[in-house]
Design a protein around this ligand. Structure first.
Ligand SMILES: O=C(O)CCC(=O)C(=O)O
Length: 288
């Protein structure tokens, strides 16, 4: 366990495990006070109460409108809530992820809050990199953090061991509430036999890091008595530039005409090995 504001360095064994498997489980990352602060903000955020007055970039849940068993998602909730920002834009998460990925620094690409309710629906197995053609190069290192104890039958995230070395597949299938959460994986890769899918079973506060090309997703929550919540930092290499050839319907709004560099106002540098961190981040987060 370490404080969000302090760098955290993986052991050599953790780095080699990550590079061999395409993911790494960390049993304890958030302490009890960080967990309870995030849980306290949860209902307000999903009721569209934005602490900063700014809405997240994507809001995939509207109370009373979205079918209740659909898994709920907010993207870039850090812009809406500084308790979320303190965790998803933490030096701890980014320093650890950068060492795993073998890069000198990371920006936030996007954060996510995922709320799978009791009996909640699946999220499609996918490679994050397939959705990132608007970046040059497409890349991502993710820190997925559990707010509840997770189990194979509560619809936890599953990673396909070693699949970051598989062929890079295009986007396909329905991301939210697919009928068959493994359908796109099987049709894109042609694998019909057994898959070495690893359910991430950790206590609340535990985490798993994964690579942009690691196949992952989550099956339906088989339990009608427990929810499964996760907070996610999706980091990108600090040197990532805008792609000249593709745009994202939401995130490319933050690109000025002709701009190649990503602006730190929207994609702040969270940690760099030389000590650099986007100037306004600490003051922003301190207000949490
Ligand atoms: O929490 C989940 O079910 C999936 C999250 C995910 O796709 C990710 O962290 O990249």
């Amino acid at each position: 366990m370490s404080l969000p504001g302090r760098p955290l360095v993986p052991s050599a064994a953790q780095v080699s495990q990550y590079r061999a498997d395409g993911f790494l489980v960390v049993e304890e990352l958030l302490d009890a006070s960080e967990l309870s602060a995030l849980r306290d903000r949860w209902e307000a955020l999903f009721s569209h109460a934005w602490e900063t007055g700014v809405a997240p970039d994507e809001v995939n849940y509207t109370p009373g409108v979205t079918p209740p068993e659909r898994t709920r998602q907010l993207c870039n909730a850090w812009k809406a809530d500084r308790v979320v920002a303190r965790t998803t834009l933490s030096v701890r998460n980014a320093s650890f992820a950068a060492c795993l990925a073998g890069v000198d620094g990371l920006r936030i690409g996007q954060d996510n809050l995922i709320w799978k309710p009791p009996s909640g629906k699946a999220l499609l197995a996918h490679q994050d990199g397939a959705y990132l053609d608007w970046m040059d190069p497409p890349n991502m290192t993710t820190c997925w953090m559990a707010l509840d104890d997770t189990h194979a039958d509560t619809g936890t995230i599953h990673h396909l061991r070693g699949s970051h070395r598989w062929e890079r597949s295009p986007v396909g299938g329905e991301f939210h509430a697919p009928d068959d959460w493994l359908g796109h994986l099987r049709s894109a890769t042609g694998v019909v036999g057994p898959l070495e899918l690893v359910p991430i079973e950790v206590p609340a506060g535990g985490a798993a890091f994964h690579d942009a090309w690691t196949w992952h997703g989550s099956p339906p929550n088989e339990r009608s008595d427990v929810q499964r919540r996760a907070v996610i930092s999706h980091f990108i290499d600090a040197r990532t530039r805008w792609s000249a050839g593709a745009a994202h319907p939401v995130y490319s709004r933050y690109r000025r005409p002709g701009e190649a560099e990503m602006d730190e106002a929207f994609f702040p540098v969270v940690w760099r090995a030389d000590g650099y961190r986007t100037a306004w981040l600490d003051d922003f987060v301190a207000a949490a």
